[in-house]
Design a binder for this molecule. Structure first.
Ligand SMILES: Cc1cc2nc3c(=O)[nH]c(=O)nc-3n(C[C@H](O)[C@H](O)[C@H](O)COP(=O)(O)OP(=O)(O)OC[C@H]3O[C@@H](n4cnc5c(N)ncnc54)[C@H](O)[C@@H]3O)c2cc1C
Length: 407
């Protein structure tokens, strides 16, 4: 198949899409447009080893430059796409130049949700989305300095762990009553909260930020709505992300909590596909549209889109999985726990190797595994086949997970 595919957004999804398009036999030209000045790089290490200073940026590149050369990709990096003309099939870049396409693949990812409070523009208040964000945080990173982290989701907690390991004083302010409240059961939240407290992180729940005060333009205090004041040298905000839909919306593409695509990753315009963190897609399995924020999802949707873009009809219907690293704890999650009616703790939480399973009418919907890759692998197969389990057997870590499956 010939033509010119333009890809907007040079991240995880884009890197995989280039590989998949060529594997699917796409013979035309590809242009990759990215607003960051770098080759597509891995984001997960940003809050982990890259923040800790254990990895150079080049080590994060998903593919070396030679990959793009060998795959015949024209790189337009450090260059944002500013407008789309769907009728003319044309993209306008920040420098005013235009690109004509036969098909367009949108993968602009997400942007950090901004904190809205007095003083939010002070220096020293950072978000953690890009390599540039981490470089800015690291310039203020010193053992003994104080950091206030706003938000106890994955990003906030991973950042807290990395900061503690580097010897910083860490306060985490969370609006909800527990950590990772959007994604895990209270039992899991309690376990992670205890681990952070043990590491010396001070967690403050039900705490809303009312504003920031600074000295010489730099943040020095975080004020909570209840009157408490936290002295600090640095603030990292991790209060969620928003799908990057501005370009798509302005062009008239349908959006619904992300760029709306069908099960083939096609948008409301048949020449335009979209994948990764920026899209909401219909899920046959979950009977609703879902928008996922994970590397696995970006990779899998890239494969689906590439196949459909070359004319092979493929439906995206994968069981999603996620991971998070905090201290020596590796959390692996498979499945989505929508509408669960039972939680089963498998194994001993105190052993720091256990699992938390989510069931609905005995069907295993999802599982969170802590330092427990074996159960993660076994559960994945059960979840894929919509297996039902015996909760009592499942709770017994002495019984192999597959033996808890009901016939
Ligand atoms: C700190 C951090 C830690 C994470 N940890 C994990 C983890 O442990 N496990 C996990 O599964 N996931 C993790 N994630 C999420 C994971 O990184 C994302 O799911 C993944 O990057 C999504 O890939 P993507 O290609 O959709 O978007 P991205 O990788 O975000 O790439 C989108 C790119 O498009 C660019 N862009 C946006 N608009 C334009 C435009 N108009 N023109 C040109 N370029 C544009 C963006 O700047 C960006 O470079 C983490 C994310 C962060 C930030």
């Amino acid at each position: 198949m010939e033509g010119h595919i333009v890809i907007i957004g040079a991240g995880h999804a884009a890197a995989q899409a280039i590989d998949s398009l060529r594997r699917e036999g796409f013979k035309g030209t590809i242009t990759l447009v990215g607003d960051e000045p770098y080759l597509p790089y891995q984001r997960p290490p940003l809050s982990k080893k890259y923040l800790a200073g254990e990895l150079e940026l080049e080590r994060l590149f998903i593919r070396p430059e030679s990959f793009y050369v060998n795959h015949g990709v024209t790189l337009r990096l450090g260059q944002a796409a500013k407008a789309l003309d769907l009728a003319a099939r044309q993209v306008t870049l920040a420098d005013g130049s235009t690109l004509e396409y036969t098909q367009l693949l949108l993968c602009p990812g997400t942007r950090a949700r901004k904190v809205v409070a007095h003083g939010a523009e002070l220096a020293g208040i950072h978000y953690l989305r890009s390599a540039a964000d981490v470089q800015a945080i690291r310039s203020r990173f010193a053992p003994g300095s104080r950091v206030v982290i706003i938000g106890a989701g994955y990003i906030g907690l991973e950042t807290a762990a990395t900061c503690r390991k580097a010897g910083l004083e860490v306060d985490v302010l969370e609006m909800a009553g527990r950590v990772m409240n959007r994604v895990v059961a209270p039992e899991m939240s309690s376990f992670f909260a205890a681990e952070h407290a043990r590491a010396g992180v001070r967690l403050h729940f039900d705490t809303l930020v009312s504003g920031f005060e600074g000295r010489d333009g730099a943040v020095r205090e975080v004020h909570a709505l209840d009157g408490r004041v936290f002295q600090t040298d640095l603030v990292v905000v991790g209060i969620g992300i928003l799908p990057e839909t501005a370009l798509a919306e302005a062009a008239g593409l349908a959006c619904e909590n992300g760029i709306a695509v069908d099960a083939h990753c096609r948008t409301s315009d048949p020449h335009v596909y979209a994948i990764g963190d920026c899209v909401s897609a219909p899920s046959v399995r979950y009977h609703r549209r879902v928008r996922l924020e994970s590397v696995d999802n970006a990779f899998e949707q890239a494969k689906t889109a590439a196949a459909n873009m070359v004319g092979r009809t493929v439906v995206h219907d994968k069981v999603p999985w996620f991971w998070s690293d905090q201290y020596d704890l590796k959390l692996l999650i498979v499945g989505l726990n929508f509408d669960y009616d039972q939680v089963v703790i498998r194994g001993d939480v105190h052993s720091r190797s256990f699992a938390c399973a989510y069931l609905r009418e005995h069907e295993l919907l999802a599982i969170d595994c802590v330092n427990n890759a074996k159960d993660y692998m076994a559960a994945r197969k059960v979840i894929e086949t919509r297996g039902k389990v015996d909760p009592t057997l499942l709770a017994d870590a002495g019984v192999a997970l597959r033996d808890a499956v009901l016939a």
